[in-house]
Design a protein around this ligand. Sequence first.
Ligand code: ATP
Length: 433
Amino acid sequence: MTVIGLDDTDSRERGMCTTYLATRIADRVRDARGDVERLLLVRLNPAVKHKTRGNAALAIHTDLDPVPAFELAREELETTAETGDPDTNPGLVVAPHEPEDIPDEISEFARLAVQNLLTREEAERRIESAGYRSAGWKNARGKIGALAAVGSWNAFSEWTYEHISYRESERWGTPRDVDFDSVFEAADDHYPAIWDTVDRGTGEAVCMPHTPCPILYGIRGDDPDAVRRVAAKIEGEPVVRTALFVTNQGTDAHLRDANLGEAEDDRAYRVGGIVASEPETRRGGHVFFTLSEGSDTKSKSESESSDTLPCAAFEPTKRFRDHVRNLRPGDEITVCGEVSRGTLKLEKFAIRSLNATELVTPNCPKCSQSMKSAGAGQGYRCRECKTRADGKREREIDRELESGWYEVPPEARRHIAKPLVRGGFDGRTHPER
Ligand code: ATP
């Protein structure tokens, strides 16, 4: 068996798409009488700055010998990759193994590529020590993703599916002609086996990209048959090519559990804490609040108990911001998202316990009028009735939020983030659809 890994072949302005290139390589493998067992679409660390869009890397699992596999993949990259774009730096790595037999060092590299920042030098070192064939174009940064794609089959245990339909090349860069009603109908028929096809809140067909790339639409889900069936029901311009990818999309593979004080830039976390400031909507509609160490986390490390982490729900997360605005200081929550310039960009959060009381001036037990301050530190009194109270009293308040997980809408979802409807969360869920 052979694993072909490739990455960094496309351009934001000029188009192309590494998934498309992988399907062309798969065609050539079949032409050379090889069997293609599987196409793998892996999303790597979404915080990588030089990504084109969703930081995807691709692998092809085949029984074609590694030498012809490398040659035909190299030719295909040479002719099809958008190397005219200064930011496109393709990489190709070919491993002569069963995908299951990839050495630990390479699988570890794949795991790191999803949760960390890596260098091309580190990729080169591991490629060399594993004895893999590889090729790079320009600065060859794509070798990082290509090697991660090679190592990913053993690195992750949770997989989902995406069925991609591609456009005629003459139409690339032109508006996509797809019947929206057929998209919404098909999405409704198969939800929740398929997810993030549409956003019912905004009426957007999330499955259709807005870029000049060859993709017409991609249907994501847990069931390979369901994603195929939905794709087949969508009406629109001609589809010239389709492919089913096994992916780590919708799995939260990028998140790592951490304490609040451990969060570093360009990595993504799942971290617990207490809301420490009133959420504030700033210019542009972005909502910010500060999270501080929770009482349970404090005991782990007293020295870190003063740590705080600013959290933000940015404008594109739309209606999710209403849930964030409904948070109150004192709420105990878990937040998930990438940390960038010291701020966690919220993808989802869970309410662990709501602060459902507030302190108010007491009322007189005789006349029910609001009592007045009796002076600094002297509590409250009612001048008419001469009653006294030691301090403010607690009053229950109604909260809009309930316990459990809240998430951004499908339109704002990162490819790798797990939609709540997929289940497996430690609490109730309030899925967006
Ligand atoms: P497409 O998926 O459409 O090809 P993209 O959004 O995946 O585009 P790329 O053009 O592939 O973006 O650019 C991402 C670059 O970042 C690649 O060169 C890849 O090798 C590199 N890369 C991926 N993961 C990491 C990482 N964890 N650390 C450093 N570099 C990374």
